[in-house]
Write a protein that binds this ligand. Sequence first.
Ligand code: SAH
Length: 294
Amino acid sequence: MTSWYIVEMILPAALEDPACAVLEELGSVGWESRAGEPGFSSVLAYWADPAPPGLGGSIRRRLETLAEGLAVGRPKVGPVSPLPAEDWEANWRRHFRIERPIPGLVIHPSWIPYEAGPGETVIEIDPKMAFGVGSHPTTRLSLRLLRACTGADRVLDVGTGTGILAIAAARWGAVRVVGVEIDRAAVVNAVENVARNEVRGVLRIVHGGAGAVKGPFDRAVANLLTTELRSALPDIVKVLRPGGRLVVSGFLVSEEAAVREALQRHGLAAERSAREGEWGALLTRLLTRESMVG
Ligand code: SAH
């Protein structure tokens, strides 16, 4: 049976986003973050057994360099501790509950049944190692902006994770939805969640990036880290029809100006923005050639 290693960290909040990218590079299979003391986040990161040699030292060194570069306080990194598989499962399940990311939408895991109330859209998501149960501000922001431009149209979800945004789009009436995902474990999880929600007829999960699918799509959504968004944009605009909409989230409010600029360079004009805490989201429209000239 696979067992796991966990490392607990207390990070200055500004360090959390770049730190997670470093944890991923160091082979972490997942992490959870919880708000800590004001201005700090407590992050619990997981590694599959066997953990890379010298893991504790590597984490410390990399995070300290990062903190110096960003001129923020020093991170506190706990020991690399083994966690037996059963504890992982129980521990992980304890963290999930029923989420109401936006009014009228309920997300629940399979082990907490939920009866739909009048007018409610209910989605069952078992997240496993994938991201997206509706508890993260960027998922909520993406859902909010996606809901605002919903229709009987064709939707692409870039970085589908658990499949949450793609499933929601299908439930809200999209006629064709494709969720693309580069992480194989997340693809498997998304496929399971699609089957759970009886949206199979309209929704397909594809392993790869936006370049792996054929357009045109009327809408796309990309809840990705800023660096990932930048590299995905050229492929996204290729499959989005002129006049189509793109919802982006996953960036920090402090990155919004740079994100807007990158979007503009690809012909995407912001129509609406939304924020939650330090996270931002934008609803944009792909300008047609004529409107770009005019
Ligand atoms: N859409 C979900 C999950 C977002 S997490 C939600 O909003 O909650 C971002 C996901 O994007 C991760 O699962 C990551 O593996 C995936 N990803 C990152 N870059 C990608 C790319 N270029 N193409 C497709 N998937 C990508």
